[in-house]
Write a protein that binds this ligand. Structure first.
Ligand SMILES: Cc1cc2nc3c(=O)[nH]c(=O)nc-3n(C[C@H](O)[C@H](O)[C@H](O)COP(=O)(O)OP(=O)(O)OC[C@H]3O[C@@H](n4cnc5c(N)ncnc54)[C@H](O)[C@@H]3O)c2cc1C
Length: 425
């Protein structure tokens, strides 16, 4: 029986048609073998195929099956960690460069959507809403930090200003960004895949990689075939499991869940989010929500480190939505699904090399819609001989998560701590 986390999502139900791609059969050679057809793998595949490389992508399920086809669709600014943790490792100048790269990730997303005519409802405007009045000063500090980094398309919203925009009394103010927004994540992913295929890449769906060799001539083996290549890109993120043991403890898969209501009609939908922005609260365990093109409220949140899945995701998430929008009490939930986010200890994405010619990037810590495309492109750049920008990010050090039997209990305990911290702060 499929897990309810994999239940039909609003995105799968409204996906643009995409031709099934054949499974890998037999021995194949390529310049680059890419594992995973999410944003990371497809972005690298697209950039390399456009540069004339022979690229073969191996996907265990279907294009966008992982986080890229099931996320909140929020196009975010910067890194989940904030700047201070990056500055502590790379210094002021290095951290500034990283922020500039994160800004570039949004430009890249926008340019690719325009260049490849990807129909994915891209909309700009994003509000960070504060659940506690005393957080107002943090908003000001946040705005100042962005301003000092050259990102000035932001404004502070008082409680009254926020309530004029949001049909909710749950928040005490917010930071609005013009340079962040939202999109239909699966259609964006399918659009990247279509563009990569048009540029000459081969994508093999239903081709789980069982093992990889990361030596001078990397290779990947599936049940029915193998790919030998000059380079390898690993983009399996939270879904990679133990396929590449060296990567397994560098990230932790965390479940996040989303519901989509029935269509509300323009008037009712806009009474909830007047200007159709994406919204997220500023808690550690984030609630994120937005309207869809067909006027549904799409509401995501909760995070679970435990492998136990709630038996009914809709019933589990609904009270969370009603806390913000009690006026939706009469509304039907049409879709409920979830997915696995890969987090790192410090919430900064982790990237690097395994051997000389195998590259990996993962652990966007809930902020990969824009960033994963950038990391994919930077891996392609490094393969093409320009590794400076990739190496800046790869210099960031990461602590591994514990392995073995203590792994899950320790993370469940950590999650309980953060829930308590959110409740008390
Ligand atoms: C519920 C949810 C909500 C989120 N909301 C947001 C948001 O609003 N904004 C934001 O910026 N980020 C969000 N994220 C995070 C974002 O979706 C991810 O950071 C991003 O999609 C990562 O892309 P990826 O290509 O690295 O990984 P994925 O999209 O997970 O792709 C990995 C792919 O690799 C394949 N794979 C794994 N192992 C193998 C193997 N052995 N062989 C072959 N293929 C393999 C998988 O099947 C999968 O298709 C959310 C994530 C989830 C789950």
């Amino acid at each position: 029986m499929p897990k309810s986390i994999d239940a039909l999502s609003y995105y799968a139900a409204t996906a643009t048609p995409f031709a099934a791609q054949p499974a890998l059969a037999g021995e194949v050679t390529a310049d680059v073998c890419v594992i995973g057809a999410g944003y990371t793998g497809l972005s690298a595949a697209l950039a390399l195929a456009e540069a004339g490389y022979k690229v073969v992508v191996l996907e265990a399920n279907t294009v966008g099956f992982g986080a890229s086809g099931r996320n909140g669709g929020q196009v975010c600014t910067g890194f989940s960690s904030g700047q201070a943790k990056i500055e502590a490792q790379l210094g002021k100048d290095g951290a500034r460069k990283c922020f500039a790269l994160a800004e570039e990730s949004k430009v890249l997303l926008k340019e690719r959507i325009a260049k490849h005519a990807i129909d994915c409802d891209l909309t700009w405007g994003y509000i960070h809403a504060i659940p506690k009045a005393h957080q107002f000063d943090e908003l000001k500090a946040w705005k100042d930090e962005y301003g000092a980094l050259g990102y000035t398309d932001t404004s502070i919203l008082t409680k009254a200003e926020l309530e004029a925009k949001l049909g909710s009394r749950a928040y005490h103010g917010g930071l609005r960004e013009g340079g962040a927004g939202h999109l239909h994540p699966l259609n964006y992913c399918l659009g990247l895949a279509r563009a990569a295929i048009a540029a000459g890449a081969a994508i093999h769906e239903n081709s789980p990689v069982l093992s990889v060799e990361t030596g001078a001539a990397p290779s990947a083996r599936t049940a029915q075939g193998s790919v030998r290549a000059k380079f390898m890109v690993i983009g399996g993120n939270a879904y990679l499991g133990q396929t590449v043991p060296a990567l397994a403890n560098r990230i932790m898969p965390v479940a996040s869940y989303i519901i989509a209501t029935e269509p509300l009609g323009q008037n009712r939908a806009r009474s909830l989010i007047r200007d159709n922005e994406a919204v997220a609260n500023t808690k550690f365990i984030v609630d994120y929500f937005r309207l869809t093109k067909d006027t549904r409220m799409l509401f995501g949140g909760r995070a679970s480190y435990s492998t136990l899945e709630p038996p009914n995701l809709g019933a589990y998430m609904r009270p969370r939505m009603l806390k913000v929008f009690p006026q939706l009490r009469d509304v039907k939930i049409d879709y409920a699904w979830g997915g696995y986010i890969a987090i790192t200890y410090n919430r900064i994405p982790d990237c690097g090399r395994l051997g000389a010619s195998t590259y990996y990037a993962h652990g966007y810590s809930g902020q990969g819609v824009a960033l994963a495309g950038l990391y994919g492109k930077l891996m392609a750049e490094a393969i093409r001989g320009q590794a400076e920008r990739f190496d800046l990010l790869a210099r960031i050090k990461h602590l591994p998560f514990p392995g073995g039997p203590v792994r899950t209990p320790m993370l469940v305990a950590a999650m309980m701590y953060f829930r308590l911290r959110d409740a008390l702060s």
